[in-house]
Design a protein around this ligand. Structure first.
Ligand code: NOJ
Length: 515
C-alpha cells in the first residue's frame, strides 16, 4: 500500500512535468565562437519534443562578466551578447511554447556581479543611495574580517576589503559576486521587478539560485565552533527568507498559468529544506540534494528516498529528484562509468513520485570530460560536467565552430551523440524516450502515491498508485541474477523486451517497470 498519499484534485503542470536543464554555453553553438547560444537551443527543440520532456530550465544567459559563468549577473533584464539578445530569447520562448514546452529561467537573487551598475554605485562612496543595497561592514577593531563566514566556491573568506571606502563587502560566493541586501526595501522592489520583467515576456517559472540565502542574520554572527570552515550556504536559515519567499510567491501568483518557483536550497537538514515550501505560500518546489551525494547502492538510495519523502509528507510538499546538474560530476561518472547503472538510474529518476529534473546530455549517457590543466575554466573545478553536447558523429559534432568549443568534448563524442544514438533503438537515448512515453501514458507514474516494498539486499522496489492502475518499479543494484517475487507484465525493462509476464528473476543491473 502506498504510504505517501497521492495529491488530490486538478494539478498544476509542474507536478507532472519532467524538466530538462540546459547549460546554454554547452548546448549548441551557432555563431562559431565555441560557446553555445539561445539560437542553438531553438534549433534543437525537435530533439526535446521527440525525447518527451515537458519543460526546459535555462541556466543563466544574462549579461555577465562570467567569473561564475553567468551566476554573476550584471543586468538581470538583458541577454548576454554571447548567447543572443532579447529577440532571440522571445523567439525561443515562442517556439518552445508552440511545441508544448514550458520555459523556466534561472534567477540569481542572492548576489549580483561586481559589474552590476547597482554595485558600481554602491561601492563608490559610503553615502551613495545604493550603499545599503549590498552588505558592507567595517573591519573588526583589530582590523580583521567582520565575521568568520566561508564562501562556497573556493572556500576563501566571504569578505573582501574595498579600498575606496575602507569597508568589507559580503560575498558568499566569489569576490566578484557581492551579496545583495534584501533587508533594503529599494533593493527588494528592484529584484521583484526583475521577476515581472521575465513573467511579462512569458516565462513559465524560475529556478531560484540559493534563494534560502536572501534572508541574512541581522547580526552577521560568527558560525558556531562546530561549523567553522563550512561554507555558509549550507547553514543559512533565517526567518526573513520566508517573508521574502512569500512576497516572491505573491508576484508569481499574480500572473495566470501556474508560474512555478523552484528553489535551489542546499541545506542538509531535510526539515529545514522542506520549510521553504512554507504553507503552500513560499516555493512550489525545492531541490533536494541527498540523491546527488548517494552512491549507486540500494540501501543508501532507499534511505535517501524514505527520509526525503518523510520530510515532505507532513507538509503535503511535492518532491523533486535530480541526479545530475552543472555543479557536480555527472551521475554516470560518479557511479564509475557503467552504462548499465546509468540506464537503471534513468528508470529510477523518472518513476519516483515527484518532479524529476534531467541534465542535458544524460539522455546521451554522457560522462564528464577530462579537463587538461590548460583548459580549466571554472575556479571551483566543475568543468567536467559542463562539456559541450555532441549532436553528430563527425567533428565539430553539430557545433558551428572552426575553433574548439570552450571546453573539451566528453568521452567518445563519435558514439555518444544525438545522431548516432537516435539510429540505435537499443541506445540509452531510446530508453529515456521510452520511459518518458510510458510516464506520460501512465497516471500512476505521474501522480500516483508511492510506497516502498520489502526487498532482498541489493534490490530497491516501490509501488506507484493503487489498485488495477498500480505500477511496480524494481531496481537490481547487484551484478547477479536476483529472485524477486512479484507478479506483473513487463511494461519496460533496461535489459529485456516489454510485454512478457515477469518471471520472478531480475537480470544483473536491471531496472524494470511492471504493471
Ligand atoms: C548555485 C549554482 O548552481 C552554481 O553554479 C553557482 O556557482 C552558485 N549557486 C552561485 O550562484
Amino acid at each position: 500500500m502506498p504510504t505517501h498519499p497521492p495529491p488530490t484534485s486538478s494539478e498544476p503542470w509542474w507536478k507532472t512535468a519532467v524538466v530538462y536543464q540546459i547549460y546554454p554555453r554547452s548546448f549548441c553553438d551557432t555563431t562559431g565562437n565555441g560557446v553555445g547560444d539561445l539560437e542553438g537551443i531553438r534549433r534543437h527543440l525537435d530533439h526535446l519534443v521527440w525525447l518527451g520532456i515537458d519543460a526546459i530550465w535555462l541556466s543563466p544567459f544574462f549579461t555577465s562578466p562570467m567569473f561564475d559563468y553567468g551566476y554573476d549577473v550584471a543586468d538581470y533584464c538583458d541577454v548576454d551578447r554571447l548567447f543572443g539578445d532579447l529577440a532571440t530569447f522571445d523567439a525561443l520562448v515562442a517556439d518552445a511554447h508552440a511545441l508544448g514546452i514550458r520555459v523556466i529561467i534561472d534567477w540569481v537573487p542572492n548576489h549580483s556581479s561586481i559589474d552590476h551598475p547597482w554595485f558600481v554605485e554602491s561601492r563608490s562612496s559610503r553615502d551613495n543611495p545604493k550603499r545599503d543595497w549590498y552588505v558592507w561592514r567595517d573591519p573588526k577593531p583589530d582590523g580583521s574580517l567582520p565575521n568568520n563566514w566561508v564562501e562556497s566556491l573556493t572556500y576563501g573568506p566571504a569578505w573582501t576589503l574595498d579600498q575606496t571606502t575602507g569597508q568589507y563587502y559580503l560575498h558568499n560566493f566569489l569576490p566578484q559576486q557581492p551579496d545583495l541586501n534584501w533587508a533594503n526595501p529599494g533593493l527588494k522592489t528592484a529584484m521583484l521587478d526583475t521577476l515581472r520583467f521575465w513573467l511579462d515576456r512569458g516565462v513559465d517559472g524560475f529556478r531560484m539560485d540559493v534563494v534560502h540565502m536572501i534572508g541574512k542574520d541581522p547580526e552577521l554572527a560568527d558560525e558556531p565552533p562546530e561549523f567553522v570552515g563550512l561554507p555558509h550556504d549550507i547553514l543559512n536559515e533565517q526567518p526573513e527568507t520566508h517573508v521574502h519567499l512569500r512576497d516572491i510567491r505573491k508576484v508569481l501568483d499574480s500572473y495566470e498559468g501556474d508560474r512555478v518557483a523552484i528553489g535551489e536550497i542546499p541545506l542538509f537538514d531535510l526539515d529545514l529544506m522542506a520549510g521553504h515550501y512554507g504553507d503552500d505560500d513560499e516555493l512550489h518546489l525545492v531541490f533536494n540534494f541527498p540523491l546527488i551525494f548517494a552512491q549507486w547502492d540500494a540501501s543508501q538510495l532507499r534511505n535517501v528516498l524514505t527520509t526525503t519523502l518523510a520530510a515532505l509528507e507532513p507538509r503535503g510538499a511535492w518532491p523533486t529528484w535530480v541526479l545530475s546538474n552543472h555543479d557536480f560530476p555527472r551521475h554516470r561518472t560518479r557511479y564509475g562509468g557503467s552504462e548499465a547503472y546509468a540506464r537503471a538510474a534513468a528508470v529510477l529518476l523518472l518513476t519516483l513520485q515527484g518532479t524529476p529534473f534531467m541534465y542535458a546530455g544524460e539522455e546521451l549517457g554522457l560522462l564528464d570530460a577530462v579537463i587538461p590543466p590548460d583548459r580549466v575554466r571554472d575556479p571551483a573545478g566543475r568543468d567536467g560536467c559542463r562539456a559541450p553536447l555532441p549532436w553528430t558523429a563527425e567533428p565539430p559534432h553539430g557545433w558551428s565552430t572552426d575553433t574548439e568549443p570552450w571546453l573539451p568534448w566528453p568521452p567518445v563524442p563519435e558514439h555518444s551523440n544525438a545522431e548516432v544514438l537516435r539510429d540505435d533503438p537499443t541506445s540509452i537515448l531510446h530508453l529515456y524516450h521510452s520511459i518518458l512515453a510510458l510516464r506520460r501514458d501512465t497516471p500512476a507514474l505521474r501522480l500516483g502515491g508511492i510506497g516502498m516494498l520489502q526487498t532482498p539486499p541489493g534490490v530497491l522496489a516501490f509501488q506507484r498508485g493503487d489498485g488495477p492502475e498500480a505500477v511496480t518499479v524494481v531496481v537490481n543494484f547487484t551484478e547477479g541474477h536476483m529472485p524477486f517475487d512479484v507478479a506483473g507484465v513487463v511494461a519496460l525493462s533496461t535489459t529485456r523486451p516489454a510485454n512478457d509476464e515477469f518471471d520472478g528473476m531480475l537480470h544483473p543491473d536491471e531496472a524494470v517497470i511492471l504493471r
